[in-house]
Write a protein that binds this ligand. Sequence first.
Ligand code: IFM
Length: 482
Amino acid sequence: MSTNGSTEQNPIRPFPPGFHWGTATASYQIEGATTADGRGPSIWDTFCRVPGAVWNGDTGDVACDHYHRMEEDLDLLAELGVATYRFSVAWPRVQPTGSGPANQAGLDFYRRLVDGLRDRNIEPTLTLYHWDLPQPLEDQGGWCVRETAERFVDYVDIVARAIGENVERWITLNEPWCSSWAGYGAGRQAPGVTDIGKAAAANHHLLLAHGMALPILRAAVPDAKVGITLNLGDFQPGSQHELDVAAARRADGNLNRLFLEPIFHGRYPEDMLEHYEPYQPGFSVIREGDVELISQPLDFLGVNYYFPSTVVDASRAAEARVAGYFVPSGEQFPDLRVRSLETPGRDKTAMDWEIEASGLTSLLVRIRDEYTTLPIYITENGAAFDDYVDPNGHVLDHNRVAYLQEHISAVHDAIDAGVDVQGYFVWSLLDNFEWAYGYSRRFGIVWVDFPTGARLKKASFEWYRETIRSNSVEYATSVGSV
Ligand code: IFM
């Protein structure tokens, strides 16, 4: 018997008919052309110019040049055989200053993209916000102020009216945790602010933007299937010591419950409100009626999952070392007094993220048990590895194949357990701009030669194409097992 419940007598695991196989990308990470056709500056254009903010001083100025190579990328998708493609719209391409009239050239680009997908029988899955806030809005307070949520609604209205009839699956926000806590709390991402009170305000205003946009979207595109994508984690305490159990609960509160509870239960978690009260006294940013907006019905939930987390209370790092864990320096969550642990012997990706697919299964089962029975799409899952083009001109990324196989198998486990998972998107179609890591981390199933923009299909592309064709995955042993 394997770690994921499959038997060696039955190595092929079929997925339900009509399961949505896809790949995902995001505007700033692939498009380039940041000043073309009237696009305005985003917070990432600014952040990339802060000395030391991004590896090697890399920027998204050219990225994969997808803006000019869209047809070639659409052909790759068709060759791969995906049912759906998840991309994001760059707000500063559509509304260069974040408010006011639409930029027709920007809308035309996305219309060509959507039409190109339709021509190839690929369903568009459109993310409205994947972190590229127009810089002028940041100058007026960014996600720390309520007005940005109001501006978001205007922007959504423009996009929905312009290309809505050809897009049935919409995602309001990608990973609002990153936009708020990584962007305004830890400062690891744009706009690079380190203020816990501002991060808490941004958390609320992002969810508010999501809630305020829902009726606008539904009015403009009555048949739209609308959801939100959250980056969620499976936190395990490094020991059963009460301090470590409480630390895992705090980490879970920040990453998971601050988003899942308002969306699905119409309230913020009490322990988190209490924890952040000193930084956001009275939580006056949460006004009457806000959580009702945030908790309006959705059609699906998007889940991004990459790695499991084992954590201890910050005061117990020494005990964790004695217990055999490696304890990297630094804390992932501002002010939570939580230290992440590394399990010796467990494989890691080039991001230093541990590989353990069973965390995805338990996360999905927990979402179903505690939050929602809505259809779930795995809107991102994948891995960065130190790929290279070998002397024969091939990228034999067998480690990525193993990672994908194991995680798709974990999705199958969740389906077997009764979770309504309807689709899976590999992150990512292309090697691309990996935010503060610049171009140093490759997540693609297609290699991009950044100096020339040339594309080269990796072994994982061929493997995923066969997975899609057969609508099944071969049972995988855990590459991350200890
Ligand atoms: O590249 C990112 C993506 O933009 C959001 N989710 C995680 C990916 C890998 O870090």
